[in-house]
Design a protein around this ligand. Structure first.
Ligand code: 4AD
Ligand code: MG
Length: 432
């Protein structure tokens, strides 16, 4: 038997053809001897009509009480049906239940924790399918951009001996007789690889032991990172805006149906295709916030609330640059014009979303980097190899990291980052 995917049946060209399909029961109702069974697969939903006059009373009776998510196969004729939810239906001459689903635990209206406990069942729904498809396109478009621009994809380690982004969010793991950590960022290893490949990028999981649960922090997330020799901070910001614009453009081209299904307003995404993105210095950002009545002083980091307020000023993604060195990581190069600040940047997504990318030019001077490591209270021995890069043929270089789930959250218009990953990890949640 040849089975069509359901999405391919939702077309005038198919009307009148006899087809077979298979999938899972999404909704069903029985009215006057006919069962209206909405079947979904990875491509769509279609109504299948099972008439007791054709397929028998027994089957229609079974379908009346059948659990949602039972798996089925059916054959019949495609008919145009304006009253059916997706505009077409299949009038069945064959119908078989493959796998029963007794008392499917998701009935609607359950609370967040219950749904997270049943995540393995919840994420079958068309809403999540739409999100995963958009994520697929984001990853694909990212890879495409790097390939076209001549970058090498590399494979840095996940088990590491030292911190990239500070000790507070390190995840310890037992590594034979030693203590190791799950990687927070591939950056330090990407910096190694530019000496042979010049322009490198990687996609890896990153781990952060974030102590509090927020809308935009995960303990495990997918991190797209890039590093390039000879690039200064401005070169790297141009990479970021070109990459993000390309990704948004491809999602608009290929995932319009999914964006619509999620209720995403695409106008603001269209604006985000246009580059360059605005650039604001940290100093200006503080002034904007103060004018809005926020009690913030020069030197403070921008939190989620401050970022949300700043995004009100822009209709597209924008960079905030030149942060005070105290709020950024040890590896960022100090601005030669004003050593109180670093040559670092964040890219903030509009509509309240905030930081999706963090990047910088790197300190390439041995003595200055050593001093920053000491100032931060790190163990110099742990960073000997990293310091070596400044001893043997050091060059100017820059890089960034993009949080895939943060980007997806904004592009898909999600309320919470947990919906941007199938199995979200955060404090208090490791099952399923
Ligand atoms: O700003 P971050 O901490 O920068 C770095 O890790 C650099 N070493 C990257 C680099 O230059 N190669 O993290 C980069 C991005 C953030 O902008 C954010 O999008 C994402 O990673 N991110 C998180 N996403 C989800 N959950 C978390 N807990 C995240 N922490 C950071
Ligand atoms: Mg950051």
């Amino acid at each position: 038997m040849f089975f069509h995917q359901i999405g391919a049946l939702l077309s005038d060209d198919m009307v009148g053809k006899r087809v077979c399909l298979r999938g899972w029961i999404y909704r069903r109702s029985v009215v006057g001897g006919k069962a209206f069974v909405r079947v979904r697969d990875s491509t769509g939903v279609i109504q299948v009509v099972v008439d007791e006059a054709v397929l028998g009373e027994e089957l229609v009776k079974t379908l009346k009480d059948i659990g949602l998510e039972a798996s089925v196969e059916a054959c019949g004729t495609v008919t145009k049906q304006p009253r059916a939810p997706t505009g077409y239906e299949v009038v069945a001459d064959y119908f078989r239940i493959l796998g029963y689903s007794r008392d499917f635990p998701i009935k609607g209206g359950e609370g967040v924790e219950y749904l997270l406990d049943n995540r393995h069942l919840v994420i079958r729904s068309p809403k999540y399918a739409a999100i995963w498809k958009i994520k697929h396109t984001i990853l694909d478009a990212g890879r495409e951009w790097f390939k076209k621009d001549g970058w090498w994809e590399v494979t840095p380690p996940i088990l590491t001996a030292s911190a990239c982004e500070g000790g507070a969010t390190l995840f310890p793991v037992q590594y034979f007789e030693k203590q190791a950590y799950l990687s927070q960022s591939a950056q330090l290893y990407l910096e190694v690889m530019i000496f042979s490949l010049e322009k490198v990028w990687s996609l890896t999981p990153s781990f952060r032991a974030e102590q509090s649960r927020t809308r935009r922090h995960l303990a495990e997330y997918w991190h797209l990172e890039a590093e390039a020799a000879w690039y200064d901070m401005n070169d790297m910001m141009r990479v970021v805006e070109s990459l993000v614009s390309h990704i948004v453009n491809r999602v608009l081209e290929e995932r319009r149906r999914e964006l619509d299904a999620l209720g995403r307003n695409v106008d603001s995404l269209k604006t985000a295709v246009e580059t360059p993105y605005p650039r604001v210095k940290y100093d200006e950002a503080i002034e904007i916030l103060q004018k809005k009545g926020v009690d913030i002083k020069w030197g403070s980091d921008l939190g989620a609330d401050e970022e949300r307020l700043l995004t009100q000023e822009f209709d597209r993604p924008f960079f905030v640059t030149h942060f005070p060195k105290e709020v950024k990581s040890f590896y960022m190069k100090l601005d030669p014009e004003d050593p109180r600040v670093v040559l670092g940047f964040d890219l903030l997504a509009p509509e309240g979303y905030g930081e999706v990318v963090g990047g910088s030019q790197r300190e390439d001077d041995y003595d200055k980097l050593l001093q920053r490591i000491v100032e931060n209270g790190y163990n110099v021995d742990d960073y000997k190899w990293y310091l070596d890069l400044r001893k043997y043929g050091s060059v100017a270089h820059s890089g960034f990291g993009l949080g895939i789930e943060r980007l997806l959250m904004w592009i898909a218009g999600l309320e919470h980052i947990r919906d941007a990953i199938p199995f979200p990890r955060f404090r208090g949640r490791i099952y399923p």
